[in-house]
Design a protein around this ligand. Structure first.
Ligand code: SF4
Length: 460
């Protein structure tokens, strides 16, 4: 089946990681542009394979190139609603190709080709050929398929525009419904290949955290393949409408996570937040010092107010873990009226990257738009606190306000009693905390929550 492809194509290569040391080239990713898009068309030239722009032999070792994958499919039973779910499989199927690594989805894709694959004679044309065969195999309802790989910068730019329009269309359609309008939610297990206990609960208000699959996509996928990785979840009793806790979701998550996770709140990062696999578009994180919530998206390269970048935070809360105070999110969920509603929604958000804030501005309540800090306003906790005070952010009403220091050089100590401090949350909550001790040892606390009767803040 893959005789004309010079590298092996098999699910066994799915976990392959290509590090810089054995990388020939990088495609798309944070330092370039890229996208992937599957479109259902009435007429598709079956078997057509095309590469627009330089292929591997024309590329230079160690360089980064723009990269897009455009797949057109045709078939009597195919519906537009299936595009998102079929597109989500691009990630998995690309990773079947030995020496090719694919991460993320939509316009966030990030790929690498190994030097071994280049030495074996692998070209992007072979990737297109492998995808063409694999998609036909995986989805028998695809009757015709054409795959185009684009590396020409101008062509990728123009494709990116088309792809983003299409993503917007899919996303805005899902906004027509809310959780109350349906009796059935969906679960997705696609990411269990790398996060074995992760179960996504997809509802009209909570688009899956990869951002690529909404409730409509799941409905179409389940109709097409009831035995597949997307399954129906009967809503069952509403246990807590505000937090988004449903009997049906708890039962489904307990069953499919092998009992690792027994309860899930859809709309809160406290208590039992939704688990996070690794391909989330953003992370919501609790900032205990401010009793507020920060959000960081995958594209943001700087440090968050917790002093770590997105990548480090993602590493701490991914893998299917339920980590109180952290939750992976899709950008689309941040447009939902139920966005973290149990935690206060946008009135609890104290920091987010500027680019992300600008992209969501019409979904942020008008009176809060200038009250949420970005990296341009503040980066440290102290700066953010000052910014929140200046702007009169409502989160200040929740937590005990700390007075501004009057003299920088004076040693100050302030005690916050538990009556003043937020009573329902720990003083410190962290998925991983490292404490150096004597003798060259280091104690690592996992999922630590530290409670205290009083907190003394001292200026050194
Ligand atoms: S993030 Fe969730 S919905 Fe998206 S592919 Fe993974 S399991 Fe499925």
């Amino acid at each position: 089946m893959f005789e004309d492809i010079p590298v092996d194509v098999s699910p066994m290569h799915e976990g392959e990681r290509i590090r810089s040391a054995n990388m020939f080239v990088e495609l798309a990713g944070p330092k370039s542009i890229g996208a992937e898009l599957v479109q259902v068309k009435d007429s598709v030239e079956d078997g057509k394979i095309e590469v627009i722009g330089p292929d591997i032999p024309e590329m230079e070792q160690g360089q980064i190139y723009p990269f897009a994958i455009s797949i057109e499919i045709g078939g009597g039973e195919l519906e537009e609603e299936l595009e998102g779910v079929i597109e989500r499989r691009v990630h998995e199927l690309c990773n079947y190709v030995k020496g090719f690594m694919h991460l993320n989805q939509r316009d966030q894709i990030w790929c690498r080709v190994s030097t071994e694959a280049r030495d074996a004679g692998f070209r992007l044309e072979h990737l297109a050929r492998a995808l063409s065969v694999l998609f036909r195999e995986e989805f028998p309802i695809i009757e015709s398929i054409s795959v185009t790989i684009i590396t020409d910068e101008k062509e990728v730019e123009s494709f990116l525009e088309t792809a983003r329009e299409k993503y917007d269309l899919r996303d805005s359609r899902a906004r027509e419904l809310s959780d109350e309008d349906v009796d059935v939610f969906y679960g997705c297990l696609m990411c269990q290949s790398f996060a074995p206990t992760h179960v996504c609960a997809v509802t009209p208000d909570r688009t899956a955290l990869c951002g690529a699959i909404n409730w409509f996509d799941c409905r179409a996928a389940y109709k097409m393949d009831p035995e597949g990785p997307i399954f129906e979840i009967e809503k069952g009793e509403v246990l807590d409408a505000e937090k988004g806790e449903y009997e049906g979701i708890n039962a489904a998550v307990a069953e499919h996570s092998q009992g690792t996770t027994e309860r899930v709140y859809l709309h809160s990062i406290f208590g039992y937040p939704h688990t996070s696999c690794g391909c989330f578009e953003a992370v919501a994180f609790y900032i205990p010092e401010l009793d507020g919530i920060g959000i960081v998206n995958r594209d943001f390269r700087g440090e968050t107010p917790l002093g770590i970048p997105f990548s480090a935070m993602a590493g701490q809360c991914s893998g299917g873990k339920q980590v109180e105070g952290f939750s992976g999110l899709s950008l689309e969920y941040m447009r939902s009226p139920k966005f973290l509603q149990a935690d206060g929604g946008y009135s609890r958000i104290v920091w987010m990257p500027k680019e992300l804030k600008d992209s969501l501005i019409e979904f942020i309540p008008e009176d809060l738009r200038d009250k949420i800090a970005t990296e341009e306003d503040a980066t440290s906790i102290k700066e953010i606190r000052r910014f929140l005070r200046e702007k009169g952010h409502p989160v200040l009403e929740r937590a005990a306000a700390e007075p501004e220091p009057e003299a920088e050089e004076e040693e100050e100590a302030e005690e916050i009693t538990m009556e003043e401090a937020p009573s329902t949350v720990p003083v410190v909550s962290s998925p991983e905390m490292s404490v150096p001790v004597a003798g060259g040892f280091r104690i690592i606390l996992k999922n630590a929550k530290i409670y205290a009767e009083s907190v003394i803040i001292k200026r050194e």
